[in-house]
Each structure stands twice: as C-alpha cells, then as structure tokens.
Design a protein. Structure first.
Length: 288
C-alpha cells in the first residue's frame, strides 16, 4: 500500500515542537528514525495529517552522566548506543543488546526513544531498561515527568505517555551489577521468539536485587517477580537457578503468536533463564 497523503514539518527545538503539536493537535504524529513508523503508515495503521520530525532537536540528543545516573537522549540511535563509551561503562546490558536489534541499516536510523515509544513486546530495549530499573523522562509543553520503566509499558504497544507528550530520554542509576541479555530468534536480526534481559548483584556469593525481564512472551516486557524472588538472598547455583525456572510458571502467561503456542514460549523462557543466569557463574560452578 502507499502512504496516506500528509504534511511534513521538521521541528528544530522543543518550543518549535510544542507549537507544531498545538497547531495540528491529535492528527499530528511525531517521527524519529522512521524505522517502524514508515512501515505502519504503508499499512495504513495510522493516518496522521502531518508528520512532525524531531530528529534535529538538540535537547533530545546526547549521552551523559549526571546526578548519579546515565542519561541517554531519546534520539540516540541504536548504532550510537552500541558504540558509546559511557553506555559500555555504566549500562553494558544496552551495549550487549544492540547487535540483537534488527540489522545494521535499521540500527543506523532507529532511536531508543522510538523503540520505547512503540513498545513492541519482542523488542530488546524496553526489557533492558526495566531490568536496569531506569526512569523514562518525558517532556511536553507542560514540562517533564519521570516514570519508572516498570510502569511505563502499560499493555500491547501501549505506554504511559499522555497525548502531546514525548520521550525525552532515559535515566539509568549508576550501580555495579551483573547483567546479560540473550534471545532466541528464527534468524539473526529477527524479532525474538523469546528473550531475557537480567540484572543482579552478587554480594558474598548471594544474589541481591535480581531483575529478570522477559520479552516476546507477553504484552510488553515482563518483570518476573516470582522468579526474581526465588533468587533473592540465595547463592547463585544450580539449585537457585532451578528454583527460578520453577517459579517462572507464576510469572508468565504468554499469548499464542506467529512464533508458536504458549507452552513453547514457556519452555524457551526456562531455557533462557538457565543460559543467562549460568553466564554469571564461573566455568567451574557451571560444570558442577
Ligand atoms: C525490518 C525491521 C526489523 C526490526 N527488528 C527489530 C528488533 O529485532 N528489535 C527491536 O527492538 N526493534 C526492531 N525494529 C524496530 C527498530 O529497531 C526501531 O527501534 C523502531 O522502529 C523505533 O525507532 P524509530 O526511531 O525508527 O521510531 P519511529 O519509527 O520514528 O517511530 C515509532 C513510533 O514511536 C513514536 N516515537 C518516536 N520517537 C518518539 C519519542 N521520542 N517520544 C514519543 N514517541 C516517539 C512515533 O510517533 C511512532 O509512533 C525493527 C524494524 C524493522 C523495520
């Protein structure tokens, strides 16, 4: 299908954006990297009267460390995220996630803000920011809001963004932690059939503040409360990993999708649990 007829505006500052949105109201839609939006327009899943391009707004760019957090601007492209030294130092989970996202051409244009706003349940970055206990910073003509990532994804392709509000960036607490992401996909670059992004601390050999976040198995990133609780305070070993796998039954209720039935997704999630948690163990412990 062809795109609907529509106007195009480029905002070059936030005040510029607020006046464009005020002028065009709910019929305007913002575009960042365009890597999802252009496809959805071709399928006529939305028919805006005008696209407002935000990619040149400097306030939404940049990666910095401020106030005890790593701040990543919404317009940071996936490829930039993957090679950023501050991200690698303070949130290596994101560095590890980037090669799993689509293909280089898409990573060169897609932005973290677009990925979080679109909220695809099989996307890597939403799961990572929940695992990292990040805060989503939003902006609108009325000012900024800070929303914990775990509350930001509200349902299938739905977020806590209000009309007229955009994602300005994310803030990730600077905390020493172990983290890892793995997924199972049919082909390299495909969306995941199932994936797991995990973060935890190991203190005196015991697990502290584990956050196991599954993707591709629900209506959004699933922070597995029972599986995480099964690990809390225990040594990370075959026994606690098996307990987390068992408890996962309480956390996941995967829908049937193009990839397969719920039981298959549950099985993949259990496999990923062992793989990701096993990656935090020394080789000798894994063999035990
Ligand atoms: C073939 C293909 C394969 C892909 N595979 C994967 C994959 O494996 N994993 C994955 O995670 N992603 C995948 N993607 C998605 C892609 O990586 C981008 O992350 C995604 O398209 C969003 O980024 P964008 O900047 O292009 O957003 P756009 O396409 O410009 O916008 C997407 C939506 O977000 C809104 N939006 C954009 N920026 C903001 C903002 N700052 N605030 C509020 N709303 C905003 C737009 O209005 C629109 O509704 C794939 C895309 C394609 C085309």
């Amino acid at each position: 299908m062809k795109w609907p007829a529509m106007g195009y505006l480029r905002a070059t500052s936030l005040p510029d954006l607020w006046s464009a949105l005020a002028q065009h109201g709910a019929s305007a839609q913002i575009i960042a990297g365009g890597q999802t939006l252009l496809a959805t327009l071709a399928f006529r899943l939305s028919e805006p009267s005008v696209l407002v391009d935000i990619i040149r707004i400097p306030e939404l760019r940049g990666v910095s460390v401020t106030g005890g957090a790593l701040r990543i601007g919404a317009l940071t492209r996936h490829a930039e995220l993957g090679r950023d030294a501050l991200v690698r130092a303070h949130a290596p989970l994101l560095t590890e996630a980037v090669p799993l996202i689509a293909h280089p051409a898409i990573r060169n244009r897609g932005t973290i803000g677009g990925s979080l706003a679109y909220a695809d349940p099989a996307a890597e970055l939403p799961a990572c920011i929940v695992a990292l206990d990040a805060v989503v910073v939003t902006a609108s003509a009325a000012g900024e809001r800070r929303i914990p990532a775990r509350d930001f994804f509200t349902d299938l392709l739905q977020t806590a963004l209000h009309p007229g509000e955009i994602i300005a960036g994310v803030e990730i607490p600077l905390a020493a932690r172990h983290s890892a992401i793995q997924e199972i996909a049919r082909r390299s670059g495909d969306y995941a059939m199932a994936g797991l992004a995990a973060a935890l601390r190991l203190e005196a050999g015991c697990v502290v503040a584990p956050r196991l976040v599954y993707f591709g198995v629900g209506n959004g990133p699933v922070l597995a409360a029972h599986a995480s609780a099964a690990l809390e305070g225990r040594p990370l070993d075959a026994g606690s990993i098996a307990a987390a796998q068992e408890a996962l039954g309480e956390d996941l209720d995967p829908p049937q999708d193009l990839h397969g039935p719920p039981d298959m997704k549950r099985h993949l999630a259990r496999v990923l649990t062992a793989r990701v948690l096993g990656s935090f163990l020394a080789p000798k412990e894994m063999a035990a």
